[in-house]
Each structure stands twice: as C-alpha cells, then as structure tokens.
Design a protein around this ligand. Sequence first.
Ligand SMILES: Nc1ncnc2c1ncn2[C@@H]1O[C@H](COP(=O)(O)OP(=O)(O)OP(=O)(O)O)[C@@H](O)[C@H]1O
Length: 336
Amino acid sequence: MASISLRNVIKSYGRGDRTNQVIHGINAEIADGEFVVIVGPSGCGKSTLLRMVAGLEEISGGEIAIGARAVNDLEPAQRDIAMVFQNYALYPHMSVFANMAYGLKIAKVPNDEIIRRVDKAAKILELGHLLERKPRELSGGQRQRVAMGRAIVREPQVFLFDEPLSNLDAKLRAQTRLEIQKLHRELGITSLFVTHDQVEAMTLAERMIVLNGGRMEQFGTPEEVYHTPASTFVASFIGSPPMNLLKAAPGAAADIITGIRPEHLEVGAEGWPVQVDTVELLGAERLVYGRLLGQEPMVVRIDEAAPAPQGGDTIHVTPKPGRLHRFDATTGLRIP
Ligand SMILES: Nc1ncnc2c1ncn2[C@@H]1O[C@H](COP(=O)(O)OP(=O)(O)OP(=O)(O)O)[C@@H](O)[C@H]1O
C-alpha cells in the first residue's frame, strides 16, 4: 500500500497558441490506506486528474508520487495501480474466472498463485458460485463486481475508480456502494474514486476533493465539507437541495453572502418572512420553495408531519443556532 502525493499538478491539452490548461496546480496528500473521492461537475477535470495518477495522461507540470516514488515518467504498468472504469469491458467469450485471471496470466503469474488470488477476490466479492459463467449470464451489478475482482487480483498499491457505478440503476448503485465500502474495510488499499454524484461522494469518502474548473475548492471529510464549506461553490454543490445563498439576508452587510441550509431553518411565529411559491412532498419531509422578503429564492425543509403551508402563504423562518455561514461576496470564500 502507499500514499499518493499531488504536488502542484498541472495539465494542459494542445500546443502553442492552442494550449488549454484544464488542471491549475493541485496539491493534495492522500494517506496510505485512505479512500478519497474526487467530486465536481462535468468537465471540471476529475477524469483528467485520475488519468494522470494512472499514467494514461502525461503530466504537464508538478509531480505525482505514489509512496516514495515520483511516477511522472513511469508507464501505467509500472505504477502498481489497478483501475475500475464505468465501462467495465469484460471479455464476453471468457468465464468469470478467466476474466479475473487474464491480467495475471499475461503477467506470467504462476497458476497456483492465480487460483489463490482469484478465489480470494471471488470470496470477498461473493462471486464464488459464478466463476464458470460468461458475462452475458450475469446481472449488471455482478458484472461490475467481476470488474472489481479483476482489479483486486492484481493486489495493487492503489485503486483508481472512474465513475464505476454510473451504468447501474439507483438501487444497484446504493448496493454496490456498500460493497465498495466493505471492500475498502477489508483490504484497506489506498483508493481514489471519481464521481460527479455528491451523494456517492458523501457516502463513500473518508475525505473528498471538491474540484471546480480544474481547481481544488476544498479537501476535507464529508462532515467538514457539509458543515464548513470553503466557498459558495462547495456550499451549493454539496447538499440536496443546496444551501440557500442570500445576497441580502436581514442584518447582513452588503459585501457578505449569507448561507443557510434548507434543513437548518425553523418555521415559527416570528422570523424572516418567506412568501411561499410551491410545496413538494418528498415522503418524510416537504420542501417549501419561496422568496425571502418576497425577493430572493429560498428553500425550507420541513417535517412531513408539520403543518404544510400553501402557495401564496407567508411563513416565518429562523436559522437554527450556529448554522449560518458567511462568504465574501467578491471572492466567494468562506469567512471564518
Ligand atoms: N484529450 C483532450 N484534449 C483536449 N481537451 C480535453 C481532453 N480531455 C479532456 N479535455 C478537457 O479537459 C477538461 C476536463 O475534462 P475531464 O474529462 O477531466 O472532466 P470530468 O470532470 O471528468 O468530466 P465528466 O464528469 O463530464 O467526465 C474539459 O474541459 C475537457 O473538455
């Protein structure tokens, strides 16, 4: 196992006048055995960053180290990593066993060692009874597990996951997430996991890197990112529905953006007046969409059992103690 160091990592595509820098100097130390999720909107550079760690993209500036070794100039095969992709591309004519064993065979690992490793991975992934099947005889979730098995048998220092769950339906995604967590608990292999899905990021990450336009906005635990977002971008990207970001909250200075999450507002007889536009029932809770002081859009989350307001009503809300966030209106950065 190994740590991963990203030191001022830069990536540009193209040449000369056509150079387009897409990663603008990322610094992050990922500890040995840590599970780190890289999350951000489409096009922010997640895959590019992961592919640079894998060695599938050249690094334009800075350094990437795996353990004590700088890997900038090492081929992917020399980096001791294993990658799991969204498109798991199993060999259709080979059995599950052969699919998992293939990479080891190519690497000329002795047969008895191959059998030992595949059996171990199959046990962890509960694939033992499926080893003779062909990929077409498996469900989508089982195929994804075979793809993970193929990575596990290599016993790498680092796992790299590039949106491996995005082809699965919602239920299977949730289930496979649990399996990946279990896998990480059992094997403890340093992992980098790319997703654009903030729920996936929050549930899987020990720490998460929030990327925006090729820059790292925050690197922290899910709790830190949720409770103390470093910027308005992080505040609005993590959490569903996102944090209310108010340009003119009552009592706030003009150069301050005030943040408050929909779940951190209390409805009562007094407080900030919110004109209700619509109300959505989500099951255990309702989302009230309205406008603070009749102007700024605001979402309030209330319990399903609480009295439900109607469109056209005015309700009064008060931020729960200690739940207000303040950001610089110019830079978007958190004010401590
Ligand atoms: N081979 C390439 N040549 C030129 N530009 C590229 C290349 N690959 C990616 N880019 C650009 O680099 C930026 C980052 O792309 P990247 O695929 O890393 O984003 P991403 O966050 O993984 O997005 P998504 O979630 O949509 O996969 C984008 O602006 C993209 O257009």
